[in-house]
Design a protein. Structure first.
Lengths: 316, 316, 316
């Protein structure tokens, strides 16, 4: 593995899962692997879990970590080629990525979509250019369309809690007051499709994810029907892909509650966090015995550590 | 000691003082104590001394440090229970603290009061919840009502400079152009009451601190009378506790000057910094031989190092 | 060497160059030099290259690094003496620098000019006070007037690519949409004058740099004439020194292009970055074989490492 931008960068998911669990069991046994190696974490947007867990993972491997916040005014990157830079962008990605690649051995980058131009957001252009110009391995800390470190942690969480070989996993849309990216559900769908589960996606009409990522998943517009017999329910809001970036529904009936949990096979409930209580998920779920949200967040460390470890082993 | 939120968390102040002086004498002799331990520093408000000194202390102990600034737009924490999160708060403290507790072995948190609702600010709710949900030791980097790392450094500074067993220490209010929290004076009073000094507080009427913290201190409204024979003068502005958060006086006669110093027993002058020159303290004091403000700030490292060291020894 | 504020702090440039190349050849061979030493990096303004490269250099030397961003609202430093601080500044440099000096063994500081008051910007007052009050070695991360870590990296880049003992180096003004400081060109001129090259500065009339820094350089108002036979072209915008801080020209004929490159001796093209493509430099130059901008940025690490290493060796 050189880059970690999507599930397609992983040769063997089962192997990577096992490696992550080895790191979890013995966090500091690879501390010399990262000696004199620098991880740069570049945030074009806010971050809590990704920031802390990836930093922790790198330190467990003995790496140096340099964090750069570019989310504030005054360091907007230009990505278009051949442009005359007489507007707000202060540096072209060609130079910025190349320079960072000189200082860092591996670079993690977060860059959210603007949710205005679907084609631009879904082109993957930003990460392709970062890979091309930085000349070092690139780890996505969430792109316009995918959040693979989150999805890998989600897979770890299912793997270590599942009680049957092929559980039923339901990804359900939930309401929110803001228009959110599709990155987390896209990415979760992509990983579920690559992992061995029965996978169903449920959402109001108009919230269909890109087929590129939802792939072979069953789509069910009736949430109750979808939840029937579920072993895992993954709750997440996203804005429309079709009517790009729009909020088409705030229907509170889609909020996950204990009542709905009764329809499932005593399902475990997951969410990538941060979660809006009382909007996406009822307090009773988050505070109840079926919630996996905290161990799920904790697994972010081992997901990142397995990924960084593989990159270190294969590229240096 | 598990948490460090107030002086009440300290079993034995004299012992902790001695340990701090041992760290000061030999800063790096406990460098293996923090190996593979991560300190998270979470700032909901700006910080200079606390940020740098606590980071330095942790590094002296061999800890990894992860700093997270949550003071900017976009990561406001919800603390109320049972609320529907359809407003500005993006994450509930229940999740945020629990997640941070998964990534960090010890968490330092700074959260200033809003100075609007006295009951809310003085409830200690935020730190109680952080302790409860994070499940790891919590160190206050300044709360709504207290600043124990500052006060402990203040005690160290008095201890190493005092020329009599029981010096007279005067905490005096000083003018300022803004409404400031009562955290530093509350905390200083709390520690002076737990430490062996003659302790007097002086301020204009209406600036009485909460009895919870001022306790057995003598209150003297006449600053000149209070300063008489003082060995230490601790200068600080605060807004009214009674008329909560209000600025009742900007009377420049309360500024500490060399003229006032004559009333004292050649007192040493202290201030937690940052200080407004020419408002709280005259230049002649800060630039003169009686000022302890810089060694006082320097002692922040040893206070933090003693606290972190005790927590590491007792909880891991 | 104690401080690194300008080229005048360097005893022997040739020796420092050789040391930088030794670090470049063997980055981690001095890793014990910085053990238990803390570098504080204080940014009053944004930074990418300086932030990452100096952090990397310090980590290569085994130092701890603490980064403090003071560029946001709420921590404006007062530098004037004897002032009543009843306005926006929250802390005097006397206290801030002294306190940081207690926590850090070496301090790097970035403080841009406001470009309003020439005398204030060119007084060097801020850095003089930081040196005076911090009581520890100070490294400029770019001052109002100079950027010595950049210039030293520029010298390294010329030294390792030059094909004749005394190349012709042309510093050329280029257009920009904003008023930029003179720090980079001042500093480059100062270092070129101290280094053994044929040095020419070219710019529109009114853009003369301070003689204090341009010194013995030839000034040529005709860019084409200046470029004739150049081995290196250093491209940079700056605002007027005479008509202080003003943009007097946006003449796009001053942009460096392949056409202009024909006038030179197949010159290598340099720029400190960030660069505005299509304004300061044509894409064809930046994407072409003559550009040195990325190796130039890469050399920032070795410049910083040589400087920090010298300071560590000579002061501790």
């Amino acid at each position: 593995m050189r880059n970690f931008i999507s599930v397609n960068d992983v040769n063997n998911i089962s192997e990577l899962i096992q490696k992550a669990f080895e790191h979890k069991k013995s966090p500091y046994s690879n501390k010399s692997l990262g000696t004199n190696k620098t991880l740069g974490l570049i945030f074009l947007n806010p971050s809590l879990r990704t920031r802390l867990s990836t930093q922790k993972a790198a330190q467990n491997l003995g790496m140096n970590v340099i964090v750069m916040n570019m989310d504030k005014d005054g360091w907007a990157l230009e990505t278009q080629d051949g442009i005359v830079m007489n507007q707000n962008t202060v540096e072209h990605i060609k130079e910025a990525a190349a320079v960072m690649g000189q200082y860092c051995d591996i670079i993690g980058v977060r860059s959210f979509p603007k949710l205005i131009d679907k084609e631009e957001d879904y082109s993957g252009d930003f990460f392709k250019k970062f890979v091309k110009y930085s000349n070092v391995p690139i780890v996505s800390l969430e792109s316009s369309t995918l959040h693979p470190l989150q999805s890998f942690a989600d897979v770890l969480t299912i793997e270590e809690t599942k009680t049957k070989p092929r559980p039923k996993v339901v990804l359900t849309w939930a309401p929110h007051i803001k228009a959110l990216p599709q990155a987390v559900p896209n990415s979760f769908a992509q990983w579920m499709n690559a992992y061995d589960v029965e996978f169903v996606i449920t959402h109001p009409k108009g919230y269909e994810l890109s087929k590129e990522f939802s792939g072979k998943a069953s789509i069910e517009y009736n949430q109750d029907a979808a939840l029937n017999g579920a072993d895992y329910v993954y709750v997440k809001n996203w804005s429309s892909f079709e009517d790009y970036g729009k909020v088409l529904s705030m229907d509170s009936h889609w909020m996950m509650t204990n009542e709905k949990l009764k329809l499932t096979n005593n399902a475990k409930v997951m969410h990538c966090l941060p979660v809006r209580r009382g909007i996406e998920l009822a307090d009773e779920i988050l505070d109840g015995p079926n919630s996996l949200v905290i161990p799920e967040a904790a697994n972010r460390v081992w997901a990142a550590q397995a990924v960084l470890s593989e990159i270190l082993k294969n590229n240096f």
